[in-house]
Structure formats: structure tokens, C-alpha cells
Design a protein around this ligand. Structure first.
Ligand SMILES: C[S@@+](CC[C@H](N)C(=O)[O-])C[C@H]1O[C@@H](n2cnc3c(N)ncnc32)[C@H](O)[C@@H]1O
Length: 292
């Protein structure tokens, strides 16, 4: 189906407020919404809404959201032809190495080395190609934790493209539950799981936090990895603590350096110990373990 892209530029704070309101205003449609960091120093962020269906109605609702937030921002509209989004999103995508992992698109298969754990990713509209500091930080830390602890199972909460779930399945050959709040991401995740030949190990589902019956069947988990954002990570700290096995590990990312202490404190309050933190491009990846 053809799509219309409605987009506008805003400060980070405005973009986050718009994003939160759009999620509510367009809840039923489930259309993808994205915030792109265009220029962090000048605080320019681009909010895009990909509309399948009545674009006039969507634009009117978006204007209404802006009015309600008292933001006077121009909405730009772009009709998107039927194109191969996956191919487009991979144009110019450079492969990335993080620890032993080599994350690449289909056009860079020939750059794989024998010693690599290669992960082929078609990112499409889902987040996670290994380029972001948070994904790369998670890949590095999960390799260290898996090698040290040999976990028996894992949860990748906020799986996006499934890059971390695939990394876990390839490195440790353990059952991995991969969840995401966004059904589009779950479709992309599931396709990537198939593409990388790890469908026997990875189950993908749409879920918000731990709100899904699957958690009654799965878990507790020896390893939970969640690259979402500081806010939701703090919110779900009690459930995280309830779903981690004694002796297990929690890897948290999507956290800005200045948010580090408040995330760690909220997990310490749930009976976890802070083990270590990895810094990458202004983002942190945090390793915690339940108290013995
Ligand atoms: C930053 S991306 C991370 C993708 C991938 N795991 C990676 O490391 O590259 C965060 C993902 O978490 C999902 N997400 C955000 N909040 C969530 C929640 N409460 N429960 C489940 N998924 C969530 C988003 O839809 C998004 O796909």
C-alpha cells in the first residue's frame, strides 16, 4: 500500500512530547512514528508519521495534536511511492563490527570473515542495524556476559530488528524470547530471525513490557537485555526484577549518560547490584545482577 509521510522538525523536548501524544492519537491505526536526530548540537529533531490510508484526516489530527500542545510547527507532507523500503533503508548502510559480531546488509556478505559471528539485518522500519551506540554497546556487553555466564535462556525486550536476539541465538544457541511494542518491528524481527537461520531458537511476539500471556510460559530468564529508553526502563524495573533468575544478568541500554544514575538507583531499589557500565557515543549500557 502507498504511504504518505507527515513530518516536522522540533527540539528534542518538543519531539518527545509530540511523539507521546501521537502514540495516543494514532493508537488504533498502529502507523509507524519515528524521531530522527538530525542535529543534536543545534537540537533539531525530525518527527515522521507514516500514514497508510486517509492522509488528510491524519494531517488534521496531527494539527490538532500540535494545537493541544500549543506548538506552532509546520507540517510537511510527502507522498511516498510504492518502493522497496528494505532496499532503500539499506542503501549506504555500512557494516559494523562489535566484539565478534559483524552486522551487515545483504550487499556486504562478502566482507564476512571466518571468525565473525555474522548477523544479516534488513532494518526496514525497525530500529537496530548495529550502528547506534546503544545497539553496539549491547552487542559488546552481551558477548562478555554470555561467555562468562553461559545463560540457559534470554529475553530481548524491545527487539526492533531482532539484532540482539539473533546475536544471542548465534552465540549461545539458547531459547530467546524477542518482544516489541511495535507490530511493524515484530514483522521485521521475525523476517530477520528466519533470514539468519535462528527461528528454532527465537520466538518473536508483540508485547508492551511484560504485559503478555507468553510470560506465564517463559521465564524467569537467565539474561534479560532491554535497549529501550530510560523512562520505560525505570517504569518496568519491578517486573524486570521479578523475571530475572537468581544469579542471572540484566543488560539495559537506550540510556543517556545523564540518566545513568537514576536508572541504576531504580534497579538497586528492586534488589539488584550494579556490576559495570559501558559508554558509547553519549549513551550507556548497564550490567546489573540480582543480589545473592
Ligand atoms: C532503541 S530500539 C532497540 C532495538 C534493538 N533491540 C537494538 O538494540 O538495536 C527500542 C525498541 O524497543 C521498543 N519498545 C519501546 N518500549 C517498549 C516496551 N515498553 N515494551 C516493548 N518494546 C518496547 C521500540 O518499539 C523499539 O523497537
Amino acid at each position: 500500500m502507498s504511504q504518505t509521510r507527515l513530518h516536522l522538525t522540533a527540539s528534542k523536548n518538543e519531539a518527545e512530547r509530540i511523539f507521546a501524544s501521537l502514540e495516543t492519537a494514532f493508537e488504533e491505526e498502529g502507523w509507524p512514528i519515528a524521531i530522527l536526530e538530525v542535529d543534536e548540537e543545534r537540537d533539531i529533531h525530525e518527527v515522521s508519521l507514516y500514514v497508510e490510508g486517509d492522509a488528510d484526516e491524519a494531517q488534521a489530527r496531527l494539527s490538532h495534536v500540535l494545537q493541544a500542545l500549543t506548538l506552532n510547527l509546520a507540517i510537511e507532507r510527502e507522498e511516498l511511492p510504492d518502493i522497496d523500503w528494505v532496499a532503500l533503508s539499506l542503501e549506504g548502510l555500512q557494516p559494523v563490527r562489535a566484539g565478534r559480531f559483524f552486522v551487515h546488509g545483504s550487499h556486504d556478505r562478502d566482507q564476512r570473515r571466518n571468525s565473525d559471528i555474522a548477523i544479516e539485518i534488513e532494518a526496514g522500519l525497525a530500529f537496530g542495524t548495529g550502528h547506534h551506540g546503544t545497539t553496539a554497546g549491547c552487542l559488546e556487553m552481551l558477548e562478555q556476559v554470555v561467555n562468562a555466564e553461559q545463560p540457559a535462556n534470554a529475553l530481548d525486550l524491545g527487539t526492533g530488528s531482532a539484532v540482539l536476539a539473533i546475536a544471542l541465538a548465534k552465540l549461545a544457541a539458547i531459547p530467546v524470547l524477542a518482544t516489541d511494542i511495535d507490530p511493524v518491528a515484530v514483522e521485521v524481527a521475525s523476517a530477520n530471525v528466519q533470514l539468519n537461520g535462528v527461528a528454532d531458537h527465537v520466538e518473536t511476539i508483540t508485547a508492551t513490557g511484560f504485559d503478555h500471556p507468553v510470560f506465564a510460559r517463559h521465564g524467569p530468564f537467565a539474561l534479560i537485555i532491554a535497549n529501550i529508553l530510560a523512562g520505560p526502563l525505570i517504569e518496568i524495573a519491578p517486573q524486570m526484577a521479578a523475571h530475572i533468575r537468581p544469579g542471572g544478568s540484566l543488560i539495559l541500554s537506550g540510556i543517556l549518560e545523564r540518566q545513568h544514575d537514576s536508572v541504576v538507583e531504580s534497579y538497586i531499589a528492586q534488589g539488584l547490584t550494579h556490576i559495570t557500565t559501558l559508554h558509547r557515543e553519549g549513551w550507556v549500557t548497564i550490567h546489573l545482577k540480582p543480589n545473592a
